[in-house]
Design a protein. Structure first.
Length: 450
């Protein structure tokens, strides 16, 4: 089965941009979102970094206040669902005690993704976790009070030079370089601007880049850099001047620009690193994990010795600090618990929004349909991601090259090959309308030919 050469989807199927006059309703730990299955809270975990104690606290509040599960988001954050609308105070207290709510004022702006294998596998140019923590402290520290005005959708990325999170179209990206410094990029693609900064200035440079965006966005109601009108765009000269005013040295990088090529997420399984140390990369099917599974991951993180979990932007978790033997044993435990540690798993590269019954906007139970379509279907090496969406908002869809499975009714889907780097977001490869029971063959064909 192949995609027939027909017209591309109409423009109104593109992901919606900010609506004029509409406030940013992005949820947080304090601002709950009302869904069909109860209230939803989004807990920011900058860089996906969690201690064992914090992970245990999340399992506890998910059971005591929510539906007993956690959702991993495409930004390495975590969501609690099924909350009572009146639980806000109790939830905030539990998160605050665990260090998961360091600043109420800046809670929703702590969106930072970081290379999840940084410092673990010998790739990249070092470990960017320190930069991540320093940027988070800068965001919460109040040195630039205007940063509280950032949208909950604004995204920072800390890439260790391997190019994984640099490909996620963040608003402000820091890419480590071989000389110990970093490229500071604002925006992405042809419209992005970039400067080189020293390692010691990286967190401040990232925060100041966001300040420059806010100054340029004044009066435009733009949530993100890509939403800025052309006459308000961030420029190299403006960014350099902003940094210089705060004592941050920056240099132009000439005509060589950081690549926007899609990055590679960590493959599930044991990840070997220097000095015989290993990590375990875990994939969570559709990003939904039960509290018991989450507690197992926390226990393994403690047993591994690092005491740390790293939530990835690809709805996975990396557990550092094992020997080769203990990593293999931990991977077996994770697999037995229903999570994924096999690199060739059919679940690799598969995602879905919440869908019915949790989301009122969804037309279908996309998770049930995705499960039936994927289960037992072998994954071709190099196949692009596929994402199942219940409506045209396509919440949480991947970037780069991907197969879009969009519900058009409770039982029907439209498959399209998309590429967020293209001007209209599609490749021109055509569309296919199929019934839910045909999804397995149709998705396999689309991923094989995309």
């Amino acid at each position: 089965m192949s995609l027939p050469p027909t017209t591309v989807p109409p423009a109104d199927e593109a992901p919606p941009r900010r609506e004029r006059g509409r406030d940013d309703a992005c949820p947080g730990a304090l601002r709950l979102h009302s869904a069909d299955d109860g209230s939803l809270a989004r807990v920011r975990t900058p860089g996906g970094l969690l201690t064992v104690r914090q992970a245990q606290a999340l399992a506890r509040v998910s059971e005591e206040l929510g539906d007993g599960g956690l959702d991993l988001t495409s930004r390495g954050n975590l969501q609690l669902r099924g909350l009572a609308a009146t639980c806000g105070g109790e939830l905030a207290a539990g998160l605050r005690d665990a260090g998961l709510l360091p600043s109420e004022r800046y809670d929703r702006v702590r969106n930072i993704v970081a290379s999840p294998l940084s410092g673990l596998d010998g790739a990249g140019y070092g470990d960017v976790t320190a930069w991540t923590r320093e940027l988070d402290a800068a965001l919460c520290g109040g040195a630039w009070e205007e940063l509280s005005g950032l949208s909950g959708r604004f995204l920072f990325a800390m890439d260790d030079g391997r190019g994984d999170v640099a490909a996620l179209s963040a608003d402000v990206t820091l890419i480590a370089t071989g000389d110990g410094g970093a490229v500071l990029r604002v925006g992405s693609g042809a419209d992005g601007v970039a400067l080189e900064v020293r390692a010691r200035d990286v967190p401040r440079a990232a925060a100041l880049a966001a300040v420059e965006f806010l100054a340029r966005a004044s009066g435009t109601r733009a949530w993100r850099v890509r939403d800025l009108p052309a006459q308000h765009a961030v420029t190299v000269d403006g960014l350099a001047a902003r940094l210089a005013d705060e004592g941050v040295e920056a240099a132009r990088i000439g005509h060589e620009r950081p690549s926007d090529a899609p990055g590679t997420p960590p493959a599930p399984g044991v990840v070997s690193g220097p000095d015989g140390r290993c990590a375990v990369s875990v994939l969570v099917p559709l990003g939904r994990v039960r509290a018991a599974q989450w507690r197992l991951l926390a226990a393994l993180a403690s047993r591994g010795g690092s005491g740390e979990l790293r939530v990835t932007p690809w709805r996975g978790v990396v557990l550092p600090g094992f020997t080769a033997d203990s990593a293999a044993a931990a991977a077996r435990e994770v697999t037995d618990a229903g999570l994924v540690t096999e690199p060739d798993s059919p679940w690799a590269g598969v995602g879905a929004c919440t869908g019915r019954p949790g989301c009122a906007k969804s037309l279908a139970d996309v998770r049930a349909h995705a499960t039936r379509a994927v289960a037992g279907t072998p994954r071709s090496p190099g196949a692009p991601p596929v994402y199942f969406s219940g409506c045209e908002r396509r919440c949480g869809h991947p970037g780069g090259h991907w197969v879009d499975a969009l519900a058009t009714s409770a039982t029907d889907y439209r498959l399209t090959v998309r590429d967020t780097r293209e001007p209209d977001g599609v490749t021109g490869g055509g569309v296919m309308d199929v019934a839910a029971e045909q999804l397995a063959d149709a998705v396999a064909a689309a991923r094989g030919t995309a």
